[in-house]
Write a protein that binds this ligand. Structure first.
Ligand code: GDP
Ligand code: MG
Length: 643
């Protein structure tokens, strides 16, 4: 099941809370004050099952401008939005402000619900729709589906659900891979349990019993129990709404904005380096040291903007700045944030965290801009890892990486070292420089090769190993014939394989027959020794010793490799002992007579004509003899031998 978080957004009284109730049956206005005043003040939570195996947590936010702060605490973790616009009023100030916030937080998916459709006629509705389309055209929600609904009559609700499901299907699920991080949006006590915090799990997983750290105060605690979307659960995954019961912590020690996280991953900091955009709609430029309110996940913090490369930031401009805060912030690289003016409170901008715990920069310290720009793309190890992942099975060199990333050789080398240490990259020493692949690829190769070889050895137990070139061309064609030995040598160094001149084997593989076969092979060899110059043809020998054709081939290759048998012509094999003796006899004869005919050779070796000619041709090839007409005279090898 895919888990997503949907947030509402829109002007006060446009029907957000009633729509959530109509969709889920849950009234998210729980406070007495909310009931009395008829408006949402706090965040409300509900859950909704959508077609396509989707479990959505819904965060209902207050629309009133006085409670934007609460709205901001709620939208930090959302994946998509329902932008609620009442048909009778159309676009209003907080419709705009909420949409600005949604954009600053990079929530780029959503559905527009035109509510209270029961209150207007078709003509009016058409006008409102026109307006909304024009309003959304320059925003990421330009293509968002626009659904007319009435929470009162229930019309359009089914359509809204399918539209939500459709949009949600396109979301990439949050990764549970990283370490757990849960910004707290509510804290309360449950009698008999103690302190409970709730929030959206932004990354990682949480299990009952896990040690956690509550930051910025660095309180350590343990998870006693967990609820996901209101149901008891053993664990929670990224993207879920979670309630966590933690041990040994008082409610007073935690507040909205604290973060519950796996210990040791987040560093509280008074400073943040960020990329900041001032909205076009900001009323005036942002000046050096301007005091602002920072909204980061569920936290609200006061601080000042330190401009580095300019005197002021004009509406619509983007640059790198340092934020100096009055309290500790807890952030991770890539987190999004919003800023508002100190007073009056207006949403004026936002951006991305580049460095969550930087050194102090001076006002106007221009030279830092370049390194922040590089940092924004990622740290060298992150960037290098991306490149290795992209390269897949194709090994890359340091030089490839320098060219691809623009980093210096030193930076690349230290990034690679770090990635090797964290087992994310693997270096393979080659002739003049190392080759690198992602560790996952290398491990998969080890597995492939291990499985390949053990299957091969099972099938061809008498063979030394798998032919190297065949392995390369079938499974490792990303390696050139020149570079492949480097990979094999590295795997041999790690003890995974044994590398021979032509083949590769598992280190414990012995190309030997089992005892039963060994006994038969001794007899078979003896047959060749006993009939040195009149041995049986190979198929015949196989029949004698009960070897079928493929076993016979295996044995033949085995004998040839051990140099027990020598091939003198197609389907003609002699024992190497026969070759040695024949060579000696021929040489002796030549010494005495200077030349030898086929008939003389046949008599000397007391063999048949069938073997004589191939044997002499074999000696011609190894230059023991040289053919002159129908006769043989001593060859080069013979002359060298006799010198
Ligand atoms: P919110 O501030 O956006 O959460 O708005 P509420 O859901 O609290 O609704 C505000 C008011 O509008 C309430 O009085 C609702 O009864 C009314 N309302 C909400 N949805 C509809 C609707 O579809 N049709 C009509 N006629 N009234 C609605
Ligand atoms: Mg409401």
């Amino acid at each position: 099941m895919k888990h997503i978080i949907i947030g509402t957004a829109g002007h006060v009284d446009h029907g957000k809370t009633m729509l959530v109730k109509a969709l889920t049956g849950i009234d998210t206005d729980r406070l007495r004050e909310e009931k009395e005043r008829g408006i949402s003040i706090e965040l409300g939570f509900a859950s909704l099952e959508l077609p396509g195996n989707l479990q959505a947590g819904i965060v209902d936010v207050p629309g009133h401008e006085r409670f934007i702060k609460n709205m901001l605490a709620g939208v930090g973790g959302i994946d998509m939005v329902i932008l609620v616009i009442a048909a009778d009023e159309g676009i209003m100030p907080q419709t705009r402000e909420h949409l600005d916030i949604i954009q600053l937080l990079q929530v780029n998916k959503g559905v527009v619900a035109v509510t209270k459709s029961d209150l207007v006629d078709d003509e009016w509705m058409d006008l409102v729709e026109e307006d909304i389309k024009e309003f959304l055209a320059p925003t990421p929600l330009a293509a968002a589906p626009l659904i007319k609904v009435s929470a009162l009559t229930g019309s359009g609700l089914g359509e809204l659900k399918s539209a939500l499901a459709r949009e949600a299907a396109g979301l990439t699920p949050r990764s549970s891979a990283g370490r757990a991080r849960l910004p707290v949006d509510r804290v309360f006590t449950v009698t008999g349990f103690g302190t409970v915090v709730t929030g959206t799990l932004l990354a990682g997983r949480m299990h009952i019993g896990d040690q956690v750290e509550i930051i910025p105060d660095k309180i350590t605690s343990r998870i006693r129990s967990l609820q996901v979307h209101g149901q008891k659960s053993e664990f929670a995954e990224a993207g879920q709404r979670v309630a966590v019961n933690i041990t040994g912590v008082e409610v007073e020690q935690i507040e909205r904005g604290s973060v519950v996280a796996a210990p040791g991953i987040l560093k509280p900091s008074f400073r943040l380096d960020v990329k900041l955009t001032l909205l076009e709609s900001a009323p005036r430029p942002l000046r050096q040291r301007a005091r602002v309110r920072l909204y980061l996940s569920t936290a609200e913090l006061l601080g000042r903007v330190i401009l580095l490369d300019r005197e002021e930031l004009k509406p619509g401009e983007t640059t790198y700045v340092q934020l100096r805060l009055e309290k500790h912030a807890v952030a991770a690289k890539g987190d999004r944030f919003v800023i508002r003016t100190y007073s009056p409170m207006l949403t004026i901008g936002g951006g991305t965290i580049i460095d969550p715990a930087p050194k102090k920069h001076r006002l106007g310290q221009k030279d830092i801009i370049g390194s922040l720009a590089t940092r924004e793309k990622g740290t060298p190890p992150e960037i290098v890892r991306q490149h290795l992942e992209l390269a897949g099975a194709k090994p890359v060199t340091e030089l490839d990486l320098i060219k691809a990333t623009g980093y210096s050789r030193d930076e690349i080398i230290s990034a690679l070292k770090a990635l090797e240490a964290s087992r994310e990259a693997k270096g393979i020493p080659a002739d003049n420089q190392n080759l690198y692949v992602s560790r996952a690829i290398y491990d998969s190769w080890k597995q492939t090769l291990g499985a390949l070889l053990s299957a091969y050895h099972r099938e061809h137990s008498l063979r030394e190993g798998y032919p190297r070139e065949e392995i390369r061309s079938r499974y490792f064609h990303h390696f050139s014939a020149k570079l492949f030995p480097a990979l094999l040598n590295e795997m041999e160094r790690e003890g995974l394989i044994k590398v021979y001149a032509q083949t590769v084997a598992l280190p414990d593989h012995l190309p030997e027959p089992d005892p039963e076969l060994a006994a038969r092979l001794i007899q078979l060899e003896n047959t060749f020794l006993e009939n040195l110059f009149m041995p049986p043809a190979w198929p015949e020998a196989c029949r004698m010793y009960g070897l079928d054709e493929s076993a016979g081939q295996e044995v033949l290759q085995y004998f040839l490799r051990l140099n027990k048998l020598v091939k003198i012509a197609d389907n003609l094999y002699l024992h190497s002992e026969a070759i040695t003796r024949a060579r000696q006899s021929v040489l002796d004869y030549l010494k005495e007579h200077g030349e030898i005919s086929i008939g003389e050779a046949r008599d000397v070796l007391s063999t048949s004509r069938k073997f004589t000619l191939p044997l002499l041709e074999y000696f011609d090839r190894e230059r023991t003899t040289r053919r002159v007409g129908d006769l043989r005279v001593p060859g080069r090898a013979a002359e060298i031998n006799s010198k």
